[in-house]
Design a protein around this ligand. Structure first.
Ligand code: SF4
Ligand code: SF4
Ligand code: SF4
Length: 193
């Protein structure tokens, strides 16, 4: 398969994945898993959030027989959403960056809350919480996973995270440069000898 065709196929596969970025497939997100399937390195049975429907869609796209969901990746279940116990939240903000769809609102030292309609149930916010005050609960009947919205929100989240990291790197570099100049400048203000 040519490189262009592999990229196209990976995009077609990715378009059929739920875009929760939950990593349960064993890859860093939906796109890396799609690339692995396109490259023939992964089977189509590794996405619990998509479950039977996603496997069927991938099987149809690739002209293969469907497979049962690989239990090593988890089980397909009813949709769930994260809820923060506000009585226990300490406002540390450690749950904000891991949420790929920016479903958590709050600021440092303030209570945080989950925007239920945005939450994909990926559970990536659970491990970073130091007081275990985020719990998963059944999603309301009206809740729908929206892969295209998830994709756009993840792209915005990553762009913002990258911009913040670049800004931080610039600040650190500027501080180091300033510290270097301070060391090189003599106390009497004359030229360094
Ligand atoms: S939604 Fe499916 S494909 Fe995407 S990261 Fe989760 S398990 Fe992997
Ligand atoms: S709030 Fe938690 S479970 Fe919901 S999408 Fe964000 S990281 Fe995933
Ligand atoms: S990580 Fe837990 S304690 Fe910290 S802000 Fe988020 S929910 Fe609150």
């Amino acid at each position: 398969m040519s490189g262009d065709r592999a990229v196209e196929l990976a995009a077609d596969i990715d378009a059929r994945l739920p875009q929760t970025q939950c990593t349960r497939c064993g890859y860093a997100g939906c796109a890396p898993y799609a690339a692995a399937i396109a490259a023939g390195e992964a089977e189509i049975d590794r996405c619990p959030p998509g479950g039977v429907a996603t496997i069927a869609a991938l099987a149809q796209l690739l002209g293969r027989a469907p497979l049962p969901l690989n239990p090593a990746c988890g089980a397909e279940g009813p949709p769930r959403v994260a809820v923060i116990d506000e009585a226990r939240c300490i406002g540390c903000a450690k749950c904000l960056a891991p949420c790929p769809v920016d479903a958590i609102v709050g600021a440092p030292k303030h209570l945080h809350a989950v925007l239920e309609e945005r939450c994909t149930g990926c559970e990536l916010c659970l491990p970073p919480c130091p007081v275990d005050c985020i719990v998963m609960q059944p999603a309301p009947p009206s809740h729908r996973n929206r892969p295209e919205l998830n994709r756009a929100r993840t792209a915005a989240h990553r762009a913002r995270t990258a911009a913040l990291a670049a800004e931080r790197a610039r600040e650190i570099a500027a501080k180091k440069a300033l510290a270097g100049r301070t060391v090189a400048t003599p106390v009497d203000g004359g030229s360094p000898r």
